[in-house]
Ligand binder design. Structure first.
Ligand code: FDA
Length: 279
């Protein structure tokens, strides 16, 4: 377990919000923007939703007070989705509303396919009132191409990711190559259809494909990557004058997030196995 904690630490700013602010400051000083995320998902009661909402409001205040170039990213099951749809909607509305008055952008992370429909509904409903919010779409899901069309035609803003959750074949592409091809396809659509979107991948081929495509499209795009992943590539893109943004999670509930990071790379799984065998 202690190896796991140490290993996971590379992807997490720390346990406290101040740790995330410090990392965001570091990202800013190396030429990147930041996205701060308070870890936690699948809450069990309304009190927890309230605590999580308050923590997200505290992040907004800290971004403003510290004059940091950062957005906020939220997970809806942290704010009541899966338990009470209306409570979640009202929590998201309060956070995005506060962010609008502070001139801060809010990203809505996408969780497993169980929540895709409701997450998009909440996003589109928020979008009617506020424009400072965007949503992640996962290229591993069969439905995402249609979702991209629907969100784009509502004026929404998309962060395109491959998808970090285990899904099955009735809802998702399962092979890495299909997920990559679909990423490329949705990205191509977004280049034609929207003025701004985020490409959230560490896959160099997709990143360079986007850079190449944008020579013709001249859209506003940003490359978002996770804290602790492909730091050299981030520098390389910053040096090219591209917009790079570091996703910076913090908090005590680091395990589910870290397990997703471990699972998505064979080398990480092997390292964990080796550490267990060494005991
Ligand atoms: P891929 O997995 O093919 O990785 C490409 C290369 O990046 C690898 O070869 C390796 O070099 C490096 N790499 C990738 N992951 C690594 C790791 N854990 N450790 C070390 N190296 C690694 N998902 C989701 O379902 N909902 C969401 O809301 C989001 N949000 C989000 C925001 C941001 C800013 C990013 C970058 C990613 C997400 N994701 C996400 C996660 C995403 O879906 C995906 O699981 C990871 O980004 C890994 O996939 P890649 O696109 O990087 O490709």
């Amino acid at each position: 377990m202690s190896f796991l904690i140490k290993f996971a630490h590379q992807w997490i700013a720390g346990e406290d919000m101040e740790d995330a602010i410090e990392r965001a400051r570091k990202a800013n000083s190396s030429g990147s923007g930041a996205i701060i995320n308070f870890l936690g998902e699948h809450i069990r009661d309304k009190e927890e939703a309230q605590v999580n909402k308050n923590e997200n409001l505290r992040i907004l205040e800290a971004i403003k007070d510290n004059r940091i170039n950062s957005t906020l990213s939220i997970k809806l099951t942290q704010l009541g989705l899966g338990m009470d749809y209306d409570l979640c909607l009202s929590n998201v509305e309060e956070i995005v509303g506060q962010a609008a008055s502070d001139d801060i952008f809010v990203w809505i992370d996408m969780e497993s396919s169980t929540y895709t429909h409701d997450t998009i509904e909440i996003y589109l409903s928020i979008l009617k009132k506020y424009k400072n919010a965007g949503i992640a779409l996962q290229s591993n899901l069969l439905r995402s191409e249609n979702d991209a069309r629907r969100i784009a035609s509502s004026g929404g803003i998309i962060r395109l990711v491959k998808g970090a959750y285990n899904e099955n074949s009735d809802v998702a592409y399962l092979s890495r190559s299909e997920v990559t091809v679909n990423f490329s396809k949705i990205m191509g659509y977004l280049f034609y259809r929207v003025p701004f979107f985020a490409i959230a991948t560490h896959d160099e081929r997709l990143i360079y494909e986007a850079i190449e495509a944008n020579k013709a499209h001249q859209k506003k795009i940003e490359f978002q990557m996770l804290l602790g992943v492909r730091e050299e590539l981030k520098k390389e893109l910053v040096n090219k004058g591209l917009t790079v943004v570091d996703y910076i999670p913090y908090g005590k509930k680091w395990l589910p997030y870290s397990l997703r990071r471990i699972r998505e790379r064979k080398q990480n799984i092997l390292l964990i196995f080796r550490s267990i065998l060494d005991i």
